[in-house]
Design a protein around this ligand. Sequence first.
Ligand SMILES: C[S@@+](CC[C@H](N)C(=O)[O-])C[C@H]1O[C@@H](n2cnc3c(N)ncnc32)[C@H](O)[C@@H]1O
Length: 399
Amino acid sequence: MPNYSDIRKKLKVNVSKPEQTELAHLTHFLQTIDNGAKRYFEKEAQNYVLSLQGSESIVEEPWYQGYLPLKWDVPFPPPENPTFKFIDLFAGIGGFRLAFQNLGGKCVFSSEWNHFAQQTYEANFGEVPFGDITKIDEKEIPSHDILVAGFPCQPFSIAGVSKKNALGKKHGFLDETQGTLFFDVARILKLKRPKSFLLENVKNLVSHDKGNTFKVILGTLKELGYNVHFKVLDGKYYVPQHRERIVIVGFDKDVYNGEESFEFPKMPENPPLVVEDILERNVSEKYTLSEKLWNYLQTYAKKHKAKGNGFGFGLVEMDSITRTLSARYYKDGSEILIPQEGKNPRRLIPKECARLQGYPDDFQIPVSDTQAYKQFGNSVVTSLMQDVGKQILKVIQTK
Ligand SMILES: C[S@@+](CC[C@H](N)C(=O)[O-])C[C@H]1O[C@@H](n2cnc3c(N)ncnc32)[C@H](O)[C@@H]1O
């Protein structure tokens, strides 16, 4: 039985730069070899293999016979008997993939353009995501039951309705979103019509541009024929981190008539974990703040306190929870600092960041610390998203 790790070596699945689309095709093909979605990736995958090995080397029929039955020796292999299909957009390092695979889902397509994030994704799931979503034709995406997307949180402005009105043009909400990454989500929903979707973003999306951005997003989703539910959820009920995110869930009205009984998961009374629960005992000295940086942070904080701006850094209390881990954590780590006896405080190590986002300890981190901080800071509290997914499945698996 061939192992993925051997095939990976033989077929040079080595993500070293952005947009190695051939590797995305090959790994997507291997992941879907036992289902109908494979036809979306087969031709390009075969071309790639032929370009490496030449046609004479392929003696068996079909050409991929030598890779069967494939043993997925990666930390998070696809489920053996999946009960639903999903796609993972703006996939990052796969926080959603982890959650939805745990629920029995089969991922049939992923997209993430950052090649460092792709490295982490491939090391854990055995799949290289496709790159820039704006360049992907929605017809190239396999059918799926749930579309999942944590689209980037950089605030994006949506062209004003009034401007187009002034030009006397007729338009819909979808039109309004052209040029934004949300538009890419919308065009995929429009063509592929999954039964449900789960979108996630920063809490501020709701108030961005005086509420206009969120209004257009909801309007677009409704215009596409989806019944929409949304709520701000805090990761602190799953991990010791205060992390509020807007979660938007929708169901196809053609299937559910807008009558699905969906409920967001109920949160317990109190956060179940405290910071101390996720800390490593022996941590390298390199994570302790230098005298220079610690002095700088304290002086900076004092200055701001004097101005009434509150503290600049977040020294955590061991029996409490942390502030929100951000993608900027690699810069100075100031939002979450761990006090140490007789020493300057230290930053979290990447493994602790993983735990703070609900990742299990066998999640592989093949990249530098800087990249790892960015990746976990951008990610989701996977355990929380898994519970949201569970609630979605209660609806879609009954009809
Ligand atoms: C907020 S993060 C989502 C992280 C993800 N939910 C996870 O669990 O790791 C958004 C991701 O979208 C990616 N991204 C931004 N623009 C993109 C594009 N045009 N095509 C594909 N990915 C993109 C970024 O590199 C980033 O990793």
